[in-house]
Design a binder for this molecule. Structure first.
Ligand SMILES: Cc1cc2nc3c(=O)[nH]c(=O)nc-3n(C[C@H](O)[C@H](O)[C@H](O)COP(=O)(O)OP(=O)(O)OC[C@H]3O[C@@H](n4cnc5c(N)ncnc54)[C@H](O)[C@@H]3O)c2cc1C
Length: 387
């Protein structure tokens, strides 16, 4: 049972096959990922072979149909992998972007040729994928991206730059948000698949030094007359990019909902264990009423959040998760994540500020969740439009 979940509660989306995959993912993260954490934090990216091992075990692109090399499951299977990462405190391995976001852009909008060209390599882990939307001058207001793609014969010539791109240093395929018609606002945006090795003029910049999530590769990318074949335009029609990005948002927000919830449960578990062993004033830290009250409040938040995220997942699997609920989930789950971890750090005292304690790493890692995947203010804006 997860800390914060009551004993009689079972997540309905975790059927037998999802539970089996959860178990595989759990073992994989505990062995292949946890063991490398320190080294990855130093180098600021994960080793390529972890992707290949994950591919062999069927942990990548779980919800992509088998005909494209995927696992043939539902999005619940992907979520089981992302949840396993959070249960073990992993924020380094960019599987969420790869399997949960990029693979679904290709599946939903790619031409048959693009699906056959890109998805099998992503499912095997041979190729790592990224999505490059954000620019130094365009984050929340995506319509203002300036990276330009100009068609010249059978190619697009791309010029511009991207920032904060997860998997950017390692990615073989970067779905890049470009303006194909700068006069047309959102309707002038398109998504281009940039195959890194094939693309002269595609240049990787720095891996950025972050407050937390140190093992995650978050990079700058530059396009200097980078030429890609017109066949790499996602879906083959210009001007569809903004709609393509927006349509996938509800599903993407489930990733953050699930990982925040599992992280909250982890924080409560770690803190309860610590409080029950730490002695002070002739008793355990746990025996002080404040400790029990704080953890009881956190456990209640965790349980309510688990029920809400499960309801969103179920609605998504049934095909009718609405954008408002997904936005509510994203802002609320990440807000709770940051707050609960902060309260847990307080219970650890000075040890909670030492990086050798996992709760301190969680404190660093949690903060960005209120900003990325759509800032929480943007989410509340979406919610307010439904009122
Ligand atoms: C670790 C990390 C990984 C990332 N991975 C990727 C990736 O893989 N691909 C990618 O394209 N991008 C990625 N990003 C970028 C991320 O999506 C952006 O940081 C985010 O969208 C916010 O954009 P910005 O940083 O430019 O902030 P801005 O857009 O400048 O926003 C600043 C602040 O303005 C406020 N604000 C924004 N909108 C509103 C509103 N409507 N109402 C009121 N206030 C508002 C919020 O407080 C917001 O935090 C990543 C970022 C980080 C830090």
């Amino acid at each position: 049972m997860n800390a914060g979940a009551t004993s009689s509660y079972v997540s309905a989306w975790k059927d037998e096959s999802v539970l089996a995959l959860s178990e595989t993912a759990d073992k994989f993260v505990a062995t292949e990922i946890t063991a490398n954490r320190e080294r990855w934090e130093q180098q600021q990216y994960v080793d390529r072979d972890v992707w290949l091992k994950a591919g062999e075990l069927g942990l990548l692109c779980c919800s992509i149909p088998e005909e494209y090399g995927g696992g043939g499951g539902s999005f619940a299977h992907d979520l089981a992998v992302f949840e396993a990462q959070a249960k073990h405190g992993d924020t380094a391995w960019g599987a969420g972007v790869h399997s949960g976001i990029v693979a679904h852009y290709i599946l939903a909008y790619g031409t048959e040729e693009q699906k056959l060209r890109w998805l099998p390599k992503m499912a095997s882990g041979e190729w790592i994928a990224a999505v490059a939307m954000t620019e130094p001058g365009a984050g929340s207001d995506l319509k203002t991206v300036r990276t330009r793609a100009v068609r010249e014969g059978g190619e697009y010539v791309i010029n511009g730059s991207k920032i904060f791109i997860s998997n950017g240093r390692m990615a073989d395929l970067i779905i890049t948000v470009v303006k194909t018609d700068p006069e047309a606002g959102a309707k002038g945006i398109s998504l281009l698949g940039v195959e890194a090795d094939q693309t002269e003029g595609f240049i990787r910049g720095r891996i950025l030094d972050k407050v937390g999530q140190h093992g995650a590769d978050t990079s700058e990318l530059f396009y200097e007359d980078a030429r890609v074949p017109v066949d790499n335009l996602l879906g083959g029609v210009e001007g569809q990019g903004f709609g393509q990005l927006m349509t996938q948002l509800a599903q993407e927000r489930l990733i953050l909902g699930v990982s925040s919830t599992a992280s909250i449960e982890r924080a409560i578990g770690l803190t309860t264990e610590y409080a029950k062993t730490r002695e002070m004033f002739g008793q355990r830290l746990w025996d002080l009423q404040n400790t029990k009250f704080v953890l009881a409040e956190c456990a209640t938040v965790a349980h309510v959040q688990r029920v809400f995220v499960d309801s969103c997942i179920q609605r998504h699997l049934d095909g009718f998760l609405d954008g408002t609920s997904a936005a509510m989930l994203k802002w609320w789950a990440s807000e709770n994540y940051v707050t609960v971890v902060d309260r847990c750090v307080q219970i650890f005292g000075g040890y909670g500020y030492m990086r050798e304690y996992p709760i301190a790493r969680m404190y660093e890692d949690a903060r960005i969740s209120k900003v990325f995947a759509g800032s929480n203010e943007t989410m509340k804006d979406v919610v307010s439009r439904s009122l």
